[in-house]
Design a binder for this molecule. Sequence first.
Ligand SMILES: O=C(O)CCC(=O)C(=O)O
Ligand SMILES: [Fe+2]
Length: 261
Amino acid sequence: MAYQFSYRSVEEFHTLGYTVFRQILPPSLIADLRRVTDAARVIARERAGPQAQRLQPVGAFDLDTAAFQDYADLPELIDAIARVLSPRHRHGNRDLFGVLFEPAEQPWCTAWHRDWRDNIPGLDIDMWERSMADGELFNQVNCALYEDNCTWVVPGSHLRHDTPDEKALFPQGAIPSPKLDGLTYEERERAGLDYSRSMPGAVRLCLDAGDFALYRNTLWHIGNYSPHLKRATLHDYGHTPVYGVWTRNAREKARERRGAG
Ligand SMILES: O=C(O)CCC(=O)C(=O)O
Ligand SMILES: [Fe+2]
C-alpha cells in the first residue's frame, strides 16, 4: 500500500515526541540503500573495529551517492517532514546523516540519555534547557532499511524535565550503561534488555524496513544492539540552518569549557 500522510502524525509527534511514517520508502529504494549501506558497514568496521555503531556523515566516504540522493529527493518524505515540522526542515544532507549498524561480535547498549545533555561533555546545560522546547532544533530521524527494534524511548519525555524517579536512577548525572565485561553473549543480551526495560515508561520503537521515525532527540532514548539483528538504519535530521548554527555554537562552547576545566 502506498504511503499516505495522516495528520495523526502531527499529533503523535508533539505528544509522544516521535512519529513513524510507515513504509514510506518504496522497495526499489530500500534495495538500492541496502547495497550502499553494505559498503558503508565494511568501511565503518575498518575504521572503528567490529563493534562500530555508525558511519557518519556518509558524504565523507567513498560511497555511491545515487541512492542517497534518491532518498533525499523522495517527494513523500519531503512533504511529510514539511507537514510535521516545517518547510524549512530538510532531511538527506550527506554532510550530516549517517548509518547505524549492528555490532559484529557482541551485544551492547548505549546508556539511557537525552542527546546533547548527556553525550556532549562540557555542554552548557542551561543553554540546552532553554532551547529544549524549540521546534526548530533537535529533530532527528531513524530510517530503517531492515526491521529495527533497537531504539527504546520514553514517550512524552521531550515535554518535561526529569522526574524524581528518573533522577533517582542517576544521582550523579547520566545513567551509567550496564556492566557487560565478562558476560557471555546471551548474558550481555539479557543485561541490555533488563537495562532498557528498567527505565519507567520505556517503550520500544518498532520499525519495519522502509519506516521513517521522526523524533525529538531531547526525548529519553537508548540503542540496544545484537550482532544477529542485522541493522542498517539511516540516522538523519530534520535539519534547518538555525539548528546548524545552534549546533556549531554548542559544540564550540563545550570545547572551550572542556579546555578550561
Ligand atoms: O541506535 C539508536 O537508535 C540510538 C543511538 C543514539 O541514541 C545515539 O547514539 O545517541
Ligand atoms: Fe541518542
